[in-house]
Design a protein around this ligand. Sequence first.
Ligand SMILES: Cc1ncc(COP(=O)(O)O)c(C=O)c1O
Length: 390
Amino acid sequence: MKFHYAKRLDTFQAGIFSILNEKKEELIKQGRTVYNLSVGTPDFKPAPHVMEAFQKACADPENYKYSLTDMPELLDAVAGHYQRRYGVHVESDEIMSINGSQEGIAHIALALCDTDDVVLVPNPGYPIFSVGPFLCGAQIETYDLKKENHFLPDFNSIPENIARKAKFIIVSYPLNPVCVTADDKMYEELIAFAKKYEIIVLHDNAYSDIIYGGRKGGSFLAHEGAFDVGVEFYSLSKSYNLTGARISFVVGNSEVIKKFQTIRSQIDYGVFKPVQYGAIAALNGPQDMVLDQCAEYERRNKALCGGLRNIGWNVPDSEGTMFVWAPIPENYTSSEKFCMELVEKTGVLCTPGSSFGSLGEGYVRFALVRDVQAIEEMVCVIDESGILKK
Ligand SMILES: Cc1ncc(COP(=O)(O)O)c(C=O)c1O
């Protein structure tokens, strides 16, 4: 029998990622050293008190039932954390857990847009931003993030007819992959833009705990009017090294959250209770590991960007996120081609900027998932390969 699949699947071809992965496997088989900086999976451990909370909850058979809802203690933990960490007061009907921001950002589109509705996403941007709107059959319009504008949106450049039709806009700072932070002005303009055109704002806040230069990351919700226009996705994945636990939150406008809950109640039975207990421990417990690990990311950022600059590759320091956004060397025009050559010659694996949108072309993204020593070694390998002197 011949199976016939949905045409939408054609959009999700693995492409360059499977080619790079094959290359990586091939090099490993040859006994070559591979520096895999392509995927943003932290190499740090969760805090012991968080793992203990998981373990304890896993020992209780009651916790294996459908959870259905967020435990009141979990909602309190999120509210307490938002108050302490961001100075933002949140009520319990303004919070909902999701199985990771990735899942939440994709599924919220089902509650917010219909076929042919316009949705605004950044270019370059994190790929999941387009997936939900795409699955809804929405019209995806990108807004440009250009280096000359510090990779911040220029809301005036969004055509009026597009803005009028837009149902929601996704914004995220510090932004993966471009690694910049946004100032208060950007958020003020965003909220004014959203109010003017009645557009819901989704702010993806995955990296507020990984910001360099002594600055402290914040929340979109701390800005005046934010609750009137949208919600924030707050992920525990990177702050607490819980990527596999799949726990994040949508926080903000209660009406948007209620609508999203309506969709979720059709497709999901709630977050596994031990994961909820782990999240409570992470949010209520000591935060020193979060700070220590940010300091370590900063050392890696300096080692990589500073090291590459020393060997003639002009890579700016990241302002935040666990990534580095590097313009490809002048002799190259294709980020995919450069990634292939880099891995072949050096064993260093990074992600082509083109996979983040057309304006990502000309860049590659490194994830800071190896320690300083490995990064320094990697910089030497790149230097010795001669790839920069081509
Ligand atoms: C910008 C951004 N948003 C969301 C996510 C997904 O986070 P989660 O693990 O909560 O799904 C990531 C993960 O890399 C990310 O980089």
